[in-house]
Design a protein around this ligand. Structure first.
Ligand code: GDP
Ligand code: MG
Length: 163
């Protein structure tokens, strides 16, 4: 099967925006068709000429456990098991939260390759605040702006290197 890249992180950090940015144009157009759910959970992306499966771990809000970490973990667990690489996303504008730290600790024990993605890092100030995520102990944060398309090419080549 295809190599699998899983996008994980707490709600509102921009996972779905990043997913839409990484999947091909054709899928993005399908997702934008009225009446079709925008929050696609699975798609394909081309990384350095190679087709990979991309999973957006959405649906955190519907999952049963009543703590934020519990919901993050429940929604991510199944996908992370299948992941060749996990893109763990944080929000560079709000900074690292306790839920991010808790999730990072859990993720470290899953024996998966993890790339730390600091989203919403548009501009120079954004790139600087992204470096705060070093404290998670998951390596060098990759600063991106999924919404503005900044840092995406670098992210894609880091993912391709990790696969
Ligand atoms: P998810 O809950 O993690 O899937 O997050 P979404 O993709 O739904 O995005 C949550 C909010 O963050 C939306 O209002 C997005 O427009 C916004 N957002 C996503 N990416 C960026 C970014 O790179 N920069 C900024 N400033 N906002 C972003
Ligand atoms: Mg989402």
């Amino acid at each position: 099967g295809l190599l699998t890249v899983v996008i994980a992180g707490r709600p509102n950090v921009g996972k779905s925006t990043l997913f839409n940015r990484l999947v091909g144009r054709r899928q993005a157009l399908v997702a934008d068709t009225p009446g079709v759910t925008r929050d696609r959970k699975e798609g394909e992306a081309v990384l350095r000429g190679r087709l990979v499966r991309l999973i957006d771990t959405a649906g955190l809000e519907e999952a049963a456990p009543d703590t934020l970490f519990g919901r993050m973990r429940a929604s991510s667990e199944m996908a992370v098991v299948e992941a060749d690489v996990v893109l763990f996303c944080i929000d560079a504008r709000t900074g690292i939260t306790p839920a991010d730290e808790h999730f990072a600790n859990w993720l470290r024990k899953q024996n998966r390759k993890v790339l730390l993605v600091a989203n919403k890092a548009e501009g120079k100030a954004g790139a600087a605040s992204a470096m705060e995520a070093f404290s998670l102990g998951l390596g060098t944060p990759i600063a991106v702006s999924a919404e503005h398309g900044e840092g995406i090419a670098d992210l894609m080549s880091e993912v391709a290197d990790a696969l």
